[in-house]
Design a protein around this ligand. Structure first.
Ligand code: XIL
Length: 372
């Protein structure tokens, strides 16, 4: 009798020591005094980030993601080119790993994206003898792509950006002003409606979004890209596209017009649609839009610029909180100024060393105080 008891005691002691060691290891990666963004906005809207995790992310970065976010968007790995580089080839290793990692760590996943003019193989648009593909062939391929990719993750994603960036820049807003992309040229404007229907067929529970950049621009004056987006969304609804919401990407800068952002949220909500900010970043320096700007001096951004950046984030979150009934999710396009497609312009809440910037505190303050 004595032997089993002492064995039990020994294993209990070993187990306790192991638990203490494990707990302190967890404490180092996620300090208890740090307020979590997702907790700060719990019950209001989801807080997300983009990244193709967990590969090539450090333990500290993964801990940061687990602490602050409750949803993740694969930054690249679910796009048409990576998942389906040629007609007979599919690559699911990276998104499969991401979806499994997210499930283990209690994060939801948002799919991005099924129909886009960029990061999409040319093979979709080529006939068997090098001639342009017919509308029928391109549609058959698109349907197969959507059924295969969205079907693979059926029930595992909260939703999809079904169509990305279909509206061209620089229009007056009197028409939909659709981008003359390969999809538009090969299929025509109904490619959007069909894509929504197939995405719904593939994953009936998934929320389905139209996603684009600068579609808030012109909202107050009711013109420009915003007015085009309203025309497009009204048509999609009329044609029976199963659309749940609009993703305003949110690649913004220090002088972004936040009144347009607020009005755009109201306008989309008036169509019965939800709104998410899907790719949020606010550049602290340099030119305002697009990636890979290499403005001189961006490696020495002033403290003043980071304060201004914090103010933009503060005002933006005040607006989002005010419209929390319409806003489903706010996703940052990256986790730090190192993990950003616009890293030279230092657009995110954490610096390149993963240390909090003034913008993080500004947003947490808004959560604590509520809307003004
Ligand atoms: C970007 C990624 O962040 C980059 O890593 C990649 O090289 C290009 O695409 N709008 C979108 C996103 O919808 O998919 C883009 O992501 C950023 C602009």
């Amino acid at each position: 009798m004595t032997k089993p008891i002492s064995l039990t005691i020994v294993s209990y002691v070993i187990f306790s020591i192991a638990s203490i060691l494990q707990a302190s290891a967890q404490d180092t990666s996620a300090p208890a005094n740090l307020v979590s963004l997702k907790d700060a906005f719990a019950g209001k809207f989801l807080i997300g980030c983009a990244g193709d995790v967990p590969g090539r992310y450090s333990e500290a970065e993964l801990a940061n993601i687990k602490l602050h976010y409750n949803i993740i968007t694969p930054e690249n790995s679910m796009k048409p080119q990576p998942t389906h580089p040629s007609e007979e080839t599919y690559n699911f290793a990276t998104p499969d790993t991401l979806v499994a990692w997210a499930a283990e760590n209690n994060l939801k996943v948002w799919g991005h994206t099924l129909v886009w003019h960029a990061q999409t193989g040319n093979w979709f648009f080529q006939g068997t003898n090098g001639e342009p593909a017919s509308r029928e062939l391109a549609l058959e391929r698109l349907k197969k792509h959507i059924m295969t990719v969205a079907g693979r993750y059926k029930g595992k994603l909260l939703g999809w950006d079904v169509v990305n960036e279909s509206i061209a820049d620089g229009g007056s807003g009197e028409t939909e002003n659709l981008r003359k992309s390969s999809w538009y040229r090969t299929v025509g404007p109904d490619v959007l409606t069909l894509a929504f229907k197939w995405a719904h067929e593939a994953d009936p529970e998934a929320k389905l979004y139209y996603n684009d950049y600068n579609i808030e621009q012109g909202a107050v004056a009711n013109r420009g890209k915003h007015a085009s987006s309203m025309l497009l969304l009204k048509r999609l609804i009329k044609e029976g596209a199963p659309i749940d919401g609009v993703g305003i990407q949110g690649h913004w800068h220090l002088t972004t017009n936040l009144e347009d952002v607020e009005k755009a949220i109201e306008n989309y909500a008036s169509l019965g649609l939800k709104v998410s900010i899907t790719e949020l970043d606010v550049t602290a320096t340099g030119s305002n839009t697009g990636a890979f700007q290499t403005d001189a001096g961006t490696n020495s951004v002033t403290a003043e610029a980071f304060q201004k950046q914090a103010e933009v984030y503060r005002k933006l979150f005040q607006i989002l909180l005010k419209h929390q009934k319409s806003v489903e999710r706010v996703t940052f396009w990256g986790i730090s100024d190192r993990r950003s497609w616009r890293s030279r312009q230092r657009p995110l809440l954490f610096d390149a060393q993963l240390q909090p910037k003034p913008a993080l505190q500004a947003i947490l303050d808004v959560a604590k105080r509520g809307q003004p």
